[in-house]
Write a protein of this length. Sequence first.
Length: 363
Amino acid sequence: MLDIKIKNILRKLLGDQNSPTQYTHHAALITCSGGYLFSSWFNYFYHASDIGNVYFQLALGLFLAWIWFRSRFHNQFDTMAIVFMMLMPILSVPVNWFFNAGSCGPTYLLGLAALIYITANFRQFGIYQKIAQGLCILIPLPLMIIERQNPDWIFNYPNLETQQIDLIVSFFLVSLVMLLLISANTMHFRLEQQKVEALSVRLRLLSEQDSLTGLSNRHILEREYSAWQNNTDQLCLAIIDLDWFKQVNDNYGHAYGDHVLRKLAELLQESAVNSNGLAVRLGGEEFVLLMPISKMEAFTNLNVLADKLRNTSFEHGTITFSAGLIEVNTLDNQIESLKKADTLLYEAKNSGRDRIAMDYECS
């Protein structure tokens, strides 16, 4: 129960895990916002920074919270991501440099963290990512020149102890962000892998299912036939073909014909479940039932199926099928069994349709 509540809270705060880049970036925004708010309090309490930097960090923490809010709840992820990328090197690094001891303070750590994060998380932003990376690398250069020429512009620590505390805390915060980054990228990779696996499963299902009816297709029949033939004591195969289906399509349209096919598929699937069998669409209006039961049980099963189809209410009248039923010979391959069942199917068709033809030979 607690896990479900936590997952619901994370989904609310971070978004859908199916969008891993957004999910992990929202987590980083919340963490960075909290980090700046904490730094504002720390610098104020320990006098580790100029008061201007305290206010700036407070404002930046709140601004990052606003960026998260716009990105998460106003569908502005791309825009807010670009704002974040430019904000860090253009504004955060210079202000932190001037108000937090310049080259003697933690700004290098901040800039390095920003560079790593931008590099790892925003590959899809192309030129914007390149610009942000370049700024992270280049901006410290003029800042060092300015510091060298105008050292009085830089806020200095009041004592060595304050500097050490600030550097330790900054190292801790940056380390936390880096751990988050590693964790986020691990999660990103895992989510992407889950998406690939889900897509793989979907593609496999699409390759094995008939798109119209949802039944298995020929590929599954080829695989299952051999497995069942070798592992069951008795196996029956029936080919089922709708009667006068071409006229149904010609007279009432393909949409109505598809409706008839889907309805028959539902009944076939139900029949397959009842016999622990397999329903397959061969193509067009032709279907196959594999049933690991005796021939007479299979014959009864098909008659029940035929009655259900006859009693189904269709807009343009009763629909029936004809079928050919065989007991699979252990020496026959799938093609041979299908030919035998198909021969019986045509006997049923030629005998007036709406009937089941069955072989009476013992296997």
